[in-house]
Each structure stands twice: as C-alpha cells, then as structure tokens.
Write a protein that binds this ligand. Structure first.
Ligand code: FRU
Length: 501
C-alpha cells in the first residue's frame, strides 16, 4: 500500500470518532470524514452494495481526490470501509476523479476511473485526464501496471483530451465491456464517447454515443448508459446549462435522455430529454443493477454552486437516498428504495384536513426525520391560489413547498433555512395533477428533503443546515385546500434532538 493511502486510512479511522452520529443524517450517506462529492463505483459485489465516493479526508473542502468506500446490505444503512485509492501515481497525482466498477468473470472487482495529472503546455500547465484501472477484492485495490488504459491518443479528432472524464463501465449484450466517457467537443459543448473492450483491460474507441451541439451544456460530466423497461437511457450532468421553460436551469444540471440505440453504429437515438431532479442539490448521479433486477440511482445531494459547509461540520456532502428507476409514459420515474419502509416507526393518518389562511399543525407530524405523504385534493370545497407546506420550521427558520394550482407550478424555497450566503434558494417546476390530485412524498432527514411528486414523476431535492430544533411542520393555503396526510416517524437508531418546548 502506498504511503499516501496508508496516511488517509489512518487519518480517517481517527477522525471518524470525532463525529457524533447525532450530527449526521440518519439514512443518507455522508463521508467518513472530510469532503465528499460524486458517488463512484456503484456496484453489487460479493453480496453487498459498494459505494465509493470522491473524497478528501483531511478537510471538509475539495482537494486532491481519493476514493472513499462503504458497503450496504439494505441500502439505508452503510458501513465505512478503508479508503480505496489515493492520488499516489504520476498519472493520477492531481486526483483520482470519478469512475465506476464492475465484477470481472474471474470474480475480481474492477475499477475504471479518471486519473488527472498536470502536463507542461505552452500556457503553463494543462490537466490531462486519462482513464485508469484498479483491481481489488472489495476491500483492497491495486492500480493496474498498464495504466493509463485510455488516453488522449484514443480520442477522435475534434474532442477534448483535458475534458475527458468519468468513465462508466457496463456489460454489453455480447458480454464484452463498454464504457461511456464524458467529453467536450470542439464546438464547446457536451458529448459522450463510447469505448469497448473484450476483457476490461485493453480498450478501443467505438463511437460518439451522443453529443449536444450546444443544446445542453458545455461539458457532459458523470455519464451513465443503460437499458430500462425496453428503452435506452443516458444520464449525464452537463456544466453551464441554460434555463428553459422551468424544465432546465442555469448552471450545472442533470439530464436524462430516453430513446433507443442504433446497435450497428452505436449511436443513441433520442426521444426525450428532461431534467432528472428539479431541486437545488442534485448532481453526478450514477446507477447500478441489483440482483433482483432493480436499476438503482444515487446522486450527490449537493450542488457545486451552493457548497455551504456549516462552521462546526467535520464532514461535508450527502448522497441522496438510493432511488428505484422505471419508465412510465416515456418519463423516468424515481421512487425511494422500498427498504426505507424498514425504518418506518409510528404512523399517523389524517383525511380531508382543511388548510386555510391560518396555519394548521397536526399531532404526530413534527420532526426533522420523517416519511411524509401529502395529497392535495381537488374537490368542490378546494379553491386556492396557493397551498403552502412548511417544514424545518421555528420562529426564525423554515423551508417552504408552494403549489399554485392555477399554473400548476410547484416551488421549493429555502431562503429562510439558515444560510449565510445568498446563492440560489428558490426553484420551480411544472407539475401535473393526477385525477385532480397532487401527491407529494417528502423524505426529511435532518439536513435535507427529497420531494417525490406523483409517485416519482418528478423529484425536487434540497439541503439546509438550520438548527435541529427547527422541526415544526405546518400547512396553510391562500383560499382553502383539502389535504390527506400520512406520516411515518423513522427509526433513527440514535437519540432524536430534544425539543425546547
Ligand atoms: C463532477 C466532477 C467530475 C470529476 C469529479 C472531481 O462533480 O467534476 O467530473 O470527476 O467531480 O471530483
């Protein structure tokens, strides 16, 4: 093991003990210590789900990227394993950037990642990005002596060698390996390159799977490619998107392309392009397949534009709850993994509650950790300009979810959630009532909310770091709305934060 990796492993073991479980979310994954961004290497290997992550253990700030590592048997609780990789080779001295993992035929675990290193160029230094391998047993990984296995020389003309990262490996129908890699083409916009390999170690360029010709962002990061419910799906995280119609937003976004694959040319044929998560904190999602066939996606529950590290936090970065994916009516549907139900504790249920100008609070519906289901009815008595649900609320703080039936717009607003920085705090998207109703399933977990609209047709995710005592949940409306509410408290395994009252 290299000195750098040993140092990281020793450090994280000690540093982890200084973080109380009470200061972490309950069922959302956080780094063992220090900084975390993208999920990497998601895979089911030797009976467990493996989650690696972009990791800088020594500080809650982005710096020389290591790979952190954890495993789970139930997708809602995770065990930390020692860091898997450190930037300890000349070809990855600037960082081991994002990548993926797969099981080889001989049972070894193969990691394919981007090694970044500086190279002298006319104008100072250039960061070269090449694709590298590491092979392991689920605990320890050795970098391949033939690294890097894909370099700028393999990139077709007109595509970048410095924006060339985040390989996602998968098995093709004929059981050979394929991988998609994010790129920026000469027209300055995002593209995906497809490479192929017989055995996972020697690779050749196959095709430009898709490119956006300036329509969806400047660089496509963290791509994924898979088949789901009979369709081909690309997921990617474009940088510098332009806003459009409450569907796409300025800045770094995440998009899902649904279509089919021209098998001969290996070209993606698009049918639809949509945002994956309409919230404020969601980026770089990656998927994998469970043995029962479920396609599961985990995203980084943060955004580069709003990395706010609370002063006393020794960790930064959360992952979303793993989400089960499917396709319904040509749309990507996301639902929290069913395993979350194993955390359900006390249930309360209310029907036909009238919410009006005065805020309503319901007994048993209070807290920062909850699986909350709210249906806004559309009956004769309901006629409102807007319906407002507040959570993480006390006298000074609140997060708001606002539904305006007139224009069918759903808005999240965390501008009073304790941030001391003025980045984007409000976001809206268009939603559709189903049989006249709008259903919101809201997963609350201390510092975050994931809002699944109409059984996962749309999702809005955001984080906030207001004090845990801000735990009231209220309902109100301009006009009159009728709602049904089901709430489960969740088993925290820890002492819940004591309330003041
Ligand atoms: C996306 C990203 C990746 C890169 C990694 C570096 O969030 O920029 O493209 O591999 O983060 O940490």
């Amino acid at each position: 093991m290299s000195e750098l990796l040993e140092k990281a492993r020793n450090y994280e073991e000690k540093a982890e003990k200084q973080i109380s479980p009470d200061d972490r979310p309950v069922f959302h994954f956080t780094p063992r210590t220090g900084w975390m961004n993208d999920p990497n290497g998601l895979s089911f290997y030797q009976g467990k789900v493996h989650l690696f992550y972009q990791y800088y253990p020594y500080e809650a700030k982005w710096n020389a990227m290591h790979w952190g590592h954890a495993v789970s048997s139930d997708l809602v609780s995770w065990d930390y394993l020692p860091a898997a990789m450190a930037p300890d080779e000349p070809y990855d001295s600037f960082g081991c950037f994002s990548g993926s993992a797969i099981e080889l035929d001989d049972g070894r675990h193969l990691i394919l990642y981007t090694g970044v290193h500086p190279k002298k160029a006319k104008s100072g230094f250039e960061m070269l990005q090449t694709q590298c391998l590491a092979v392991g047993d689920g605990l320890n990984y050795e970098k391949y002596e033939g690294n890097p296995v894909i370099t700028g020389k393999d990139v077709p003309e007109g595509f970048s060698q410095t924006d060339f990262r985040d390989p996602k490996i998968f098995r093709q129908i004929d059981s050979s390996y394929g991988c998609v890699i994010g790129n920026r083409s000469d027209d300055g916009s995002g593209a995906l390159l497809l490479f192929e390999s017989e055995e996972g170690f020697s690779w050749h360029f196959r095709s430009i799977l898709d490119r956006c010709r300036n329509e969806y962002g400047t660089m496509w990061e963290c791509p994924d490619f898979f088949f789901l419910d009979g369709q081909a799906v690309i997921i990617t995280s474009p940088m510098e998107m332009k806003q459009k119609d409450l569907e796409f937003y300025d800045g770094a976004g995440t998009i899902c392309l649904i279509g089919s694959l021209d098998e001969k040319e290996k070209k993606f044929i698009r049918q639809s392009v949509r945002t994956i998560d309409h919230g404020l904190d969601f980026y770089a999602p990656q998927t994998f397949e469970m043995p029962d066939g479920r396609r599961i996606m985990i995203g980084w529950m943060q955004s580069w534009a709003s990395c706010f590290v609370p002063e006393d936090h020794r960790w930064f970065g959360q992952m979303t709850i793993p989400r089960e994916l499917s396709i319904r009516d040509g749309r990507l549907i996301q639902s929290p993994v069913r395993e979350i139900e194993s955390l359900h504790e006390k249930k309360v249920h209310y029907e036909n509650i009238a919410a009006g100008e005065e805020e309503v609070e319901l007994s048993g519906v209070r807290g920062r950790v909850m699986d909350l289901n709210v249906t806004i009815r559309d009956d004769e008595e309901t006629s409102c300009e807007s319906f407002v649900l507040c959570f993480a609320k006390d006298n000074q703080h609140e997060c708001r979810v606002i539904f305006s039936p007139e224009n069918s717009v759903l808005t999240i607003d965390r501008s009073k959630a304790g941030f001391t920085q003025d980045f984007v705090h409000v976001r809206s998207c268009r939603v559709q009532k189903q049989s006249g109703r709008l259903n919101l399933r809201i997963l609350l977990d201390r510092y975050s909310s994931e809002i699944f609209v109409n059984e996962g047709e749309q999702v809005l995710t955001m984080t906030y770091y207001s004090p845990g005592e801000a735990d009231r949940i209220t309902f109100e409306a301009r006009g009159k709305a009728h709602i049904d509410v089901t709430a489960f408290t969740l088993r925290t395994g820890q002492k819940e934060i004591l309330r003041r009252d």
